[in-house]
Design a protein around this ligand. Structure first.
Ligand code: SAM
Length: 221
């Protein structure tokens, strides 16, 4: 199995552990910083119809729906989409990025915001971002939150490449490790541009305990 296939497989197998980790607030950085950071970043865009791509169990959809936004969530995992549907707040659809890239209309259309919250994990994200552009109305925006490259790099060389997540910090039992593609700040910016987006805003929310950047938020138009 190649790494893109392993990412998908890991989400099929980790769906229950992920749902527990998110719904029981087991990921400290999310609770302290990154959940509110992404909600506020999206709300600042003055959007009314949003696609949450790689929505997981749907917490962000529910938060945005509570603010009156019409939200659709897509995810490759049936189990996560089932949970999201049961909990409500939006329209949910099992849809992987491969199919989305081939036919963006499968995710619907007319969005003025598309959000990827820690859900761009593969090496090839440009084709997914190109599909996102097609699903946006003119002037619409993409909002991406990802692990901050300076923090996520750790002691490894600061260069693009595959890493492996074992979820050990998440306090729940994840059966399957996940490959993910580390990209530098420069690569994030150049790939956003390659997909035709112009950078509108770059945010680096700080972890209140460590003072280190907890995440990177990019807004492209
Ligand atoms: C770290 S989780 C984030 C979930 C959610 N955005 C959140 O913030 O809680 C990554 C999500 O990306 C989804 N994902 C990974 N690869 C995908 C793919 N190829 N197509 C669609 N979704 C994918 C996973 O199923 C998972 O729900």
């Amino acid at each position: 199995m190649n790494n893109p296939e392993r990412i998908i497989q890991s989400w099929h197998e980790n769906a229950a552990a992920w749902t527990t980790a998110v719904q029981e607030d087991k990921i400290a950085s999310r609770k302290l910083v990154t959940n509110s950071a992404i909600v506020e970043a999206v709300l600042r865009q003055d959007v009314h119809k949003v696609l949450d791509a790689g929505c997981g169990e749907g917490w962000l959809c529910r938060e945005l729906a509570a603010q009156g936004i019409d939200v659709t969530g897509i995810d490759v995992s049936d189990a996560l989409i089932e949970t999201a549907t049961r909990m409500g707040g939006g329209t949910f659809l099992t849809l992987g990025y491969e199919a989305f890239a081939q036919n963006p209309k499968l995710a619907g259309s007319g969005y003025n915001g598309i959000v990827f919250n820690f859900s761009l994990l593969d090496a090839d994200i440009v084709r997914v971002l190109l599909a996102a552009r097609k699903a946006l109305v003119p002037g619409g925006c993409v909002v991406i939150q990802t692990v901050h490259p300076f923090t996520a790099c750790g002691d490894a060389p600061y260069e693009d490449g595959w890493r492996e997540e074992h979820f050990t910090a998440f306090g729940a039992l994840f059966p399957t490790p996940m490959p993910w593609y580390f990209r530098t700040m420069g690569t994030w910016l150049s790939e956003l541009s390659e997909a035709g987006f112009v950078l509108d805003k770059l945010e680096e929310p700080l972890h209140p305990e460590t003072g280190r950047p907890a995440s990177l938020i990019l807004v492209g138009r």
